[in-house]
Design a binder for this molecule. Structure first.
Ligand SMILES: Nc1ncnc2c1ncn2[C@@H]1O[C@H](COP(=O)(O)OP(=O)(O)OP(=O)(O)O)[C@@H](O)[C@H]1O
Ligand SMILES: [Mg+2]
Length: 502
């Protein structure tokens, strides 16, 4: 019965220059349903949802929302008025405004030309309380953590009376506790009859909230069904178009010399007396919960942030690193966590992004780029990582989230490095691409490079690393051999907070 549907999309097509992002896609959503929209990076999930929420216009296709056929084009505002709200893959709040100002952005309450701040704060407080979220409506959004900002986005959607709530990878930057809060809120919103579209690459979390699944591949609709009726290997093979046998491929190598160590590193509050060692031909995992100080540690090592004290030792030599260029000179590279902010120049092309990281090798003495060599490096990087793009001349910003992440990783691979640090390299990356990234780490390891791998996902830390250092609250709380440990032990160390006396 089609009239049960609150959203009906049929034969939706959307083309970007050089890419058919959506090819005849159908999608249906019912009231009170949590729908997982799944597919590899670049499958077209975000594009489809941007069409539903009026961000993009469709080239062709039929769209019905709450039984009303939408003949023309939606705009973000008209979609919102119809009850469709989207929380984008990359958060986009106004960091300098307050929570209440963000919640009412574009629909401010006013009378006689004056904003009714008190009223907006009051209503924001009410919606936050309803969601049992402890955030001050007068707080500046930029001062909140990513998880809290996410909650504000949800509050914003609900305040505008959303009946279709789209969440595009909401958990990719949340802590375990925040994810629990999010799931509680999703259940609450669902019980009020809201339909929810949930996009995520963290397949293990779907079981907690999802009712129904729609799967896309290469811009096409592939399959749908009740979540409980679809075994995970089936979902994965629909997404990828083939079976994935080994989720965590492992290669055995002989551990070589110690080539890198950090001694008693201190940098601000989040890096306290951190020591660690990395060996040739080994993957060192750094585990911990979100906010454990791992990213800060990698940033201090790489010379992005100032170090208060401590030593960095490369091949038995204490090196002085006060900026990333120093680190790169000593053979240390970092693929950072926040690709949009730190990892990519989104306004430059993919070619330029990859070339930038390799300019020293590409330029002759007078600074002229060797185009032939550039082409080789860029093409190799793109094919090694199977980056999906029409040409390497497209802006990095136009790639799907996961493909952007691949560019961040790819640009360093051409270099002759001794230590490669990956900070959450698989965040937002689909199952097949994750395996590709693990394979890259394995290849680096086999070639004698020390790989350092920061990850919050326990199965992947255990599946990929040879040794694991666990951090909590800015300190190293344990150092383990992967074969001799398990998830429980890591979790215990990851939550080993000191009793703080404030
Ligand atoms: N604004 C744009 N300009 C040009 N191409 C685009 C644009 N937005 C998306 N694309 C292309 O459309 C295709 C689908 O992208 P989309 O972002 O919808 O994928 P996705 O399924 O959300 O992937 P991910 O899981 O990586 O977020 C990709 O090939 C992408 O490069
Ligand atoms: Mg997306």
């Amino acid at each position: 019965m089609s009239n049960e549907y609150i959203v009906e999309m049929k034969n939706i097509t959307k083309t970007f220059p050089g890419v058919k992002a959506l090819d005849n896609v159908s999608f249906h959503l019912k009231s009170g349903q949590v729908m997982a929209l799944l597919g590899e990076n670049g499958a077209g999930k975000s594009t489809l949802m941007k069409i539903l929420s009026g961000v993009y216009t469709r080239d062709e296709g039929y769209l019905k929302i709450f039984g009303e056929e939408i003949k023309g084009n939606l705009t973000p505002k008209s979609a919102q008025e119809l009850g469709v709200s989207i929380i984008h893959q990359e958060l986009n709040m106004c960091a300098h405004l307050t929570v209440a100002e963000n919640i009412f952005l574009g629909k401010e309450i006013h009378s006689k030309g004056l904003l009714k701040d008190k009223e907006m704060v009051k209503r924001s407080r009410a919606v936050l309380e309803r969601l049992k979220i402890d955030i001050n409506p007068k707080a500046i959004v930029g001062s909140l953590g990513v998880g809290q900002q996410q909650m504000v986005e949800i509050a914003k959607a609900l305040e505008s009376n959303a009946k279709v709530l789209i969440m595009d990878e909401p958990t990719s930057a949340l802590t375990t506790k925040e994810i629990e809060d999010l799931f509680r809120i999703i259940r609450e919103v669902k019980s009020r009859g809201c339909g929810i579209v949930y996009i995520s690459h963290r397949l293990e979390e779907l079981q907690h909230i999802v009712d129904y699944v729609t799967i896309m591949r290469d811009g096409k609709y592939i399959a749908e069904g009740e979540f409980k009726q679809l075994p995970m290997p089936k979902i994965i093979s629909h997404m990828v178009g083939r079976e994935i046998t080994e989720q965590f491929p492992r290669v055995k190598t002989q551990r070589g010399k110690k080539i890198f160590s950090v001694k008693n590193l201190n940098a601000g509050r989040m890096v306290r007396n951190v020591s660690l060692e990395a060996y040739e031909g080994e993957i060192l995992g750094i585990a911990g919960l979100m906010g454990a100080g791992r990213t800060e540690t990698t940033r201090a090592i790489f010379g992005v942030d100032h170090k208060d004290s401590g030593e960095i030792i490369v091949q038995d030599e204490v090196v002085d690193i006060s900026c990333p260029m120093d680190a790169i000179k000593h053979g240390i590279v970092l693929a950072p966590e926040d690709r949009k902010k730190d990892g990519l120049c989104t306004k430059l092309s993919v070619r330029e992004n990859i070339a930038l990281a390799n300019l020293d090798e590409l330029c002759n003495k007078s600074g002229v780029v060797n185009r032939k060599r550039e082409k080789e490096i860029v093409e190799k990087a793109i094919s090694n990582l199977k980056i999906k793009l029409p040409t390497s001349e497209v802006n990095a910003a136009s790639l799907s989230g996961g493909n952007q992440q691949k560019v961040v990783v790819a640009k360093w691979l051409a270099r002759n490095s001794k230590v490669v640090i990956f900070d959450e390299p698989t965040r937002g990356i689909d199952v097949a691409a994750k395996v590709e990234i693990y394979n890259i780490m394995n290849t680096l390891k086999q070639s004698g490079i020390a790989v350092i791998f920061v990850s919050s996902e326990m199965p992947e830390v255990l599946g990929v690393s040879d040794r694991i250092v666990v951090m909590c609250d800015g300190k190293v709380t344990g150092s383990l051999i992967t074969e001799e440990t398990n998830q429980e032990e890591i979790l215990q160390l990851a939550t080993k907070f000191e009793n703080k006396i404030d």
